[in-house]
Design a protein around this ligand. Structure first.
Ligand code: FRU
Length: 538
């Protein structure tokens, strides 16, 4: 089976087969986690007549595959059940809001609720008879109005929700309010809008504590400025999930971000990662986020595999101490899968060296590593033309391009002779007397196969290498490599399709191709056991 399906994941969520895109309505109800997702039950390619597939879990690791929760069936969703969000309303009851494509091919917003709250899996869902509860606003194109957020309660006692949209290339998040979840009124002015950004998909809006790594429920009203608010937007034209940190002032009914949405706006992930959605987990008082990670192979490959799309490994998210960006970290449940730990401390990696990590299953592994650097005065100056474009730095300087400090990092999913390898690495450069750390994920040699996207990804990592070690955590899972730099300040997710470095053949190395030595102050690697992922028959 492995030979036929070398790209199936061991612990990243995926359906047994067919097409999957956005996560929808993630939530925890009575100790059971629910994951719904955009699903085409008829095949491995995208089709607008979307269904909401449904899986449940008690640990966010092992998932049970259930029948779809929503299929197109009514005039208000007959042409597709698109993305949406769960909300837990007073009394602890879940409700679901989702976009339907109606008989006229207009996007409208619909309400649904569980048929039987005593079913621990909430298998059946009832679409409200008042649907659509929100119809297309005037002057909005019929296919530019979708992806309702989780609702939140504002100080005036009314519920709020956002819907993504655009008008003449101005990205818009419309704000609605309601007393009863059925009758919704649009605010005169949008919650937020930015010209030139195009359609905003899958908005996500949530509070974060300024002084705690815990999560906050969406309806917490700012207790003496202890929270800031994050607005996450999927920029459809670029396929990127960007976010803003700012202040929500319910009196003014709009959002005031600290920075403008531009091409350098913070991204949740600088690789392939889209349509993310977060939820508050009351069990562990944390905010968890997941996202769709698309394939980067060809359509013919997708058809041959019979499936497309995985979900990123769930991440805990919270506000960094600097209060300017989020930190993201794989949820602690991953430790349930850990086995065969290999670790060492204080190992010097000379310039130009390569060291294999043996004794682990390199095709499904969790890697934690910290690098310590000395004598940074010798770092190279950053080329003026590279300024502010880490993606360009990484694409013009792949893992084979020697520098002084860097490239150093990991070679994941490497074949015996290193023909295949996915390199996740750092470079430390000098700019105006300060140090800049660039983090890259280089897929250019990830596969001997042609006709697949091997884009190199890059981003800055906001750490000061004179004071701080440079840490990297990487989750490797057959065809996905998810990397977290600096404790989750910068994340890069990549899809790869090795032909040699598969299963037991895959190898893992640490490397330093710079001329200066670096010290690995600490390294731990675990093999990961296989999770029970939606297997149809146990
Ligand atoms: C984002 C998206 C959403 C839409 C869904 C359709 O990937 O385009 O805007 O609701 O996917 O499947």
């Amino acid at each position: 089976l492995l030979a036929e399906q070398p790209y199936r994941t061991a612990f990243h969520f995926q359906p047994p087969q067919n097409w999957m895109n956005d996560p929808n309505g993630p939530m925890c109800y009575n100790g059971v986690y629910h994951m719904f997702y955009q699903y085409n039950p008829f095949g491995p390619l995208f089709n607008l007549r979307m269904h909401w597939a449904h899986s449940v879990s008690r640990d966010l690791i092992n998932w049970i595959h259930l029948d779809p929760a929503f299929a197109p069936s009514e005039p208000f969703d007959i042409n597709g059940c698109l993305s949406g969000s769960a909300s837990i309303i007073p009394g602890g009851k879940p409700i679901m809001l989702y976009t339907g494509i109606d008989t006229e091919n207009r996007q409208v917003q619909n309400l649904a609720f569980p048929k039987d709250l005593s079913d621990p899996y909430l298998r059946e869902w009832v679409k409200h008879t008042a649907n659509p509860i929100i119809s297309l606003p005037e002057e909005i194109q019929p296919d530019d109005f979708r992806d309702p957020t989780t609702v939140w309660l504002a100080e005036d006692g009314k519920w709020r929700l956002l819907v993504g949209s655009q008008r003449d290339k101005t990205g818009i998040a419309f704000l609605y309010h309601s007393d009863d979840f059925v009758n919704w009124t649009k605010s005169d002015s949008p919650f937020h809008k930015v010209s030139g950004t195009g359609m905003w998909e899958c908005p996500d809006f949530f509070p974060v504590w300024v002084d705690s790594t815990n999560g906050v429920d969406a309806s917490v009203i700012n207790p003496s400025k202890r929270v800031k608010h994050v607005l996450k937007l999927g920029i459809q034209d670029h396929g990127k999930d960007c976010y803003l940190v700012g202040e929500y002032s319910p009196e003014k009914e709009h959002y005031v971000p600290e920075d403008e949405l531009t091409t350098t706006t913070l991204r949740l992930d600088y690789g392939i990662y889209y349509a993310s959605k977060s939820f508050f987990d009351p069990v562990k008082k944390r905010r968890i986020m997941t996202a769709w990670v698309n394939e980067t192979d060809s359509e013919a490959d997708v058809i041959a595999k019979g499936w497309s799309g995985v979900q990123a490994f769930p991440r805990s998210i919270w506000l960094d101490k600097n209060q300017k960006q989020l930190l993201q970290w794989p949820i602690e449940e991953i430790e349930m899968l850990h086995e065969n730990e290999v670790s060492f401390q204080n190992k010097k990696l000379e310039g130009g060296s390569l060291h294999e990590i043996q004794g682990i299953t390199a095709s499904q592994a969790d890697v934690k590593i910290s690098f310590k650097l000395a004598n940074l005065e010798d770092a190279e100056e950053m080329d003026a033309s590279w300024v502010d474009d880490p993606q360009l730095i990484c694409s013009e300087n792949d893992a084979s391009k020697k520098g002084k400090f860097g490239p150093f990092g990991l070679l994941a999913l490497a074949s015996n002779d290193l023909t295949e390898q996915t390199a996740i690495f750092f470079r430390v450069l000098r700019k105006n007397g300060r140090y800049v750390v660039v983090m890259c994920s280089d897929q250019s040699r990830s596969s001997t196969k042609d006709g697949i996207d091997k884009t190199k990804y890059g981003a800055f990592l906001d750490v000061n290498p004179q004071q701080d070690e440079i840490s990297l955590r990487t989750l490797i899972d057959h065809s996905i490599v998810e990397s977290f730099g600096g404790g989750g300040k910068t994340c890069i997710t990549a899809r790869v399709y090795p032909t040699l470095a598969i299963g037991e053949e895959a190898r893992l190395f640490v490397f330093n191709y710079g001329t200066e030595s670096v010290v690995i102050s600490e390294l731990s690697v675990w093999s990961l056991k296989k999770a029970r992922l939606n297997v149809e028959k146990p």
